[in-house]
Write a protein that binds this ligand. Structure first.
Ligand SMILES: *Cc1c(COP(=O)(O)O)cnc(C)c1O
Length: 376
């Protein structure tokens, strides 16, 4: 591959942070860089939040579900169009996922569908234990609405902000600051990376305390190893956190660059009939990945033709997430919606969106797509 979807993009300051970690002797597990990384993310996201750095975003979601008390008899309501790592932890807790469609206006979990389903579920006395809406491709869910619904029905709200770090919700709030907890991912393909890692962000001090306890093998206070419950080895290492410190310095630059990449695609491909994820009114999406919708009627070619053409030129582009209710694993699972996500899966294509992609590289991608559509 010559041009990738989204690659790790270092600031150049990571090695200095790493050198400090080595010099201090805190290579692992915890150390000053880990504390500083949590502080930097908490400071970025806003007041009143507690951050716990973990080995992955999926680990963060797993801990949040466990702390919310999700267990084998529970349902968890979740966006169907998401990455598997945003759903599998529901299975780790033995619970049952119920999948929801996206709102066409924002491409995030449809709050109206959830609202109606909550009213029905309450009448039947089968409310979910938690709701996990996903901030898709860099765009925040409607936080105010989901928070109001969760409060009204006494359901935990865990926002999957793995793809939206750096996004704003309604100008004043940041993605990753919502719900009882939000989860972030610093996997290699995300907007910033620790080479692999995640974060649990919560307004509840008690959730943060429990997360730290469970993430370090649930060790009770004692000189020996004493356990009254079971835990996990989920803590981020101090070395990874040092990389994260270097990345936090340039988060805003990365958002600006990804938004610019989106604008260039939009300017040149929208006139040819390609459409894109709408940006919710008043919000700032990060455009982590630019997602193009190739309607074969309007463009004269289909998504697969474009994807394979790019691949022939060693350019990585991928279909959008396959909705979970269409996955073999979830055959027979509950789904609420009209299939907007199924249509997106049919025609949606994630374009190379890395902040390290040059304008010349992007022009090549745009040129190949334009040529195919103009010829059709
Ligand atoms: C990346 C991602 C995750 C999982 O994060 P990891 O750090 O890879 O475990 C979860 N949900 C969504 C929506 C993601 O994109």
């Amino acid at each position: 591959m010559r041009i990738y979807l989204s690659r790790p993009h270092m600031s150049g300051h990571e090695q200095a942070h790493l050198a400090r970690a080595f010099a201090s002797g805190f290579v692992a597990p915890a150390g000053p860089q880990l504390d500083a990384f949590e502080d930097a993310v908490a400071e970025y996201l806003g007041p009143g939040l507690h951050c716990v750095a973990l080995s992955s975003g999926s680990a963060a979601l797993h801990l949040a579900l466990r702390i919310a008390g999700v267990g084998p008899d529970d349902e968890v309501w979740v966006s169907s169009m998401t990455f598997a790592g945003g759903v599998f932890p529901i299975l780790y807790q033995g619970a049952t996922p119920m999948f929801f469609d996206l709102a066409p206006a924002t491409w995030t979990m449809d709050a109206k569908l959830v609202e109606d389903a909550l009213a029905r579920a309450q009448a039947e006395n089968r409310l979910p234990k938690a709701i996990v809406p996903t901030d898709l491709y860099g765009q925040s869910v409607d936080l105010n609405r989901f928070e109001a619904l969760a409060a009204a029905y006494g359901v935990s709200l865990i926002v999957d902000s793995a793809e939206s770090f750096g996004a704003f919700y309604r100008e004043t709030r940041k993605a990753g600051s919502g719900g009882d907890a939000a989860i972030l991912s610093f996997n290699g393909n995300k907007i910033i990376t620790t080479s692999g890692g995640g974060m649990l962000v919560t307004r509840h001090e008690d959730w943060a305390r429990q997360a730290r306890f469970l993430a370090t093998q649930a060790r009770d206070q004692a000189p020996h190893y004493e356990h009254s419950t079971y835990g996990y080895n989920y803590r981020l290492s101090n070395i990874s956190a040092a990389v994260g410190l270097g990345q936090m310095e340039i988060l805003e630059e990365r958002v600006a660059r990804r938004r610019r990449v989106f604008e260039r695609y939009h300017e040149q491909l929208a006139p040819l009939g390609v459409s894109f994820m709408p940006e919710a009114e008043g919000d700032r999406a990060t455009r982590w990945l630019t997602v193009a919708v190739i309607d074969p009627e309007r463009c004269g070619v289909d998504r697969e033709k474009i994807r394979r053409h790019l691949l022939d030129h060693e350019i990585e582009a991928r279909p959008v997430w396959k909705p979970m209710h269409l996955q073999p694993l979830f055959e027979g699972a509950g789904y609420v919606g009209a299939g907007f996500d199924e249509g997106l899966f049919e025609n949606g294509l994630c374009l190379p969106s890395g902040s390290d992609m040059t304008d010349a590289e992007q022009d090549e991608v745009i040129g190949l797509i334009s040529h195919l559509i103009e010829r059709a």
